[in-house]
Ligand binder design. Structure first.
Ligand code: PXP
Length: 255
């Protein structure tokens, strides 16, 4: 099981001030030192967090592997084909959404055509291509037909059910959603698709998904970056207090 860390939120903090910190490239190095098997970033069409420069530098810096999430739109697909990440994941994208809200819609001929064009271009550039889809049989079979190497199962509905775990009904929903993921993973693997999963996974709910044997890769962002803020804040405050104390001519504690 590979753990890919999605570092979009690091770029979101930087973009809040349009400045140069925190740098997602530095965050990627630290994630790798922590044991990440890969780094995932989403180059959104509106560039709200990750920028072109980030993708270029990540591809030069990351020693594990970069998974570039992108919409099936011609300009970002062309950019991916030039930059050649090891892996690309096609995701649906709507400008008004806060995060990727659902899997790719593959239920109309025009949607399938758009995705197929992108899959062809990415694979022709030598990029392993994955489709972010709901745990539904039709979407899995469509992904195989479109020539994808892998699928990423959207775990958002499972994660939403997890929030209701205090009630008996919530626990039933969790069991139902976990079973959907298990069946979807088994079907995809039987079709020779590599199986990834992600969205909304947390330190508490990850076990149920990590237990599914066919899933080879998890993409996790929000929960890990959230924890990083909390476990890192105390040290960050201490370092600022030390800098101030030094400026006043005193020595920082420990010097
Ligand atoms: N996988 C995909 C395709 C995503 O779009 C996202 C969110 O950017 C994730 C995984 C990670 O989700 P989360 O930030 O909730 O862990």
């Amino acid at each position: 099981m590979r753990l890919h860390i999605n570092i979009d939120h690091v770029a979101t903090i930087r973009q809040a001030r349009r400045t140069d910190e925190p740098d997602p490239v530095r965050a990627a190095v630290l994630a790798e030192l922590g044991g990440a098997d890969g780094i995932t970033v989403h180059l959104r069409e509106d560039r709200r967090h990750i920028q072109d420069r980030d993708v270029r530098l990540l591809l030069e810096t990351v020693r594990t592997s970069v998974n570039l999430e992108l919409a099936a739109a011609s300009d970002v697909v062309a950019m991916a084909c030039t930059l050649k990440p090891a892996e690309a994941t096609l995701v649906p994208e709507r400008r008004e959404e806060v995060t990727t809200e659902g899997g790719l819609a593959l239920d109309t001929a025009s949607a399938r055509q758009r995705v197929e064009t992108a899959v062809r271009a990415l694979r022709a550039a030598g990029i392993r291509t994955s489709l972010f889809i709901g745990p539904d049989e039709a979407a899995i079979r469509a992904s195989e037909a479109l020539g994808a190497d892998a699928i990423e199962l959207h775990t958002g509905e499972f994660a939403e059910a997890w929030k209701r775990r205090a009630s008996a009904q919530g626990r039933q929903e969790i069991a139902r959603e976990a079973e959907r993921l298990r069946r979807a993973a088994a079907l995809a693997a039987s079709l020779d698709l590599d199986v990834h999963a992600g969205h909304g996974l947390t330190y508490e709910n990850v076990a149920a998904v990590a237990r599914i044997p066919e899933i080879e890769e998890l993409n996790i962002g929000h929960s890990v970056v959230s924890r990083a803020v909390l476990v890192g804040l105390e040290r960050a405050v201490r370092e600022m207090a030390d800098a101030i104390q030094r400026a006043r001519g005193g020595s920082a504690p420990g010097e």
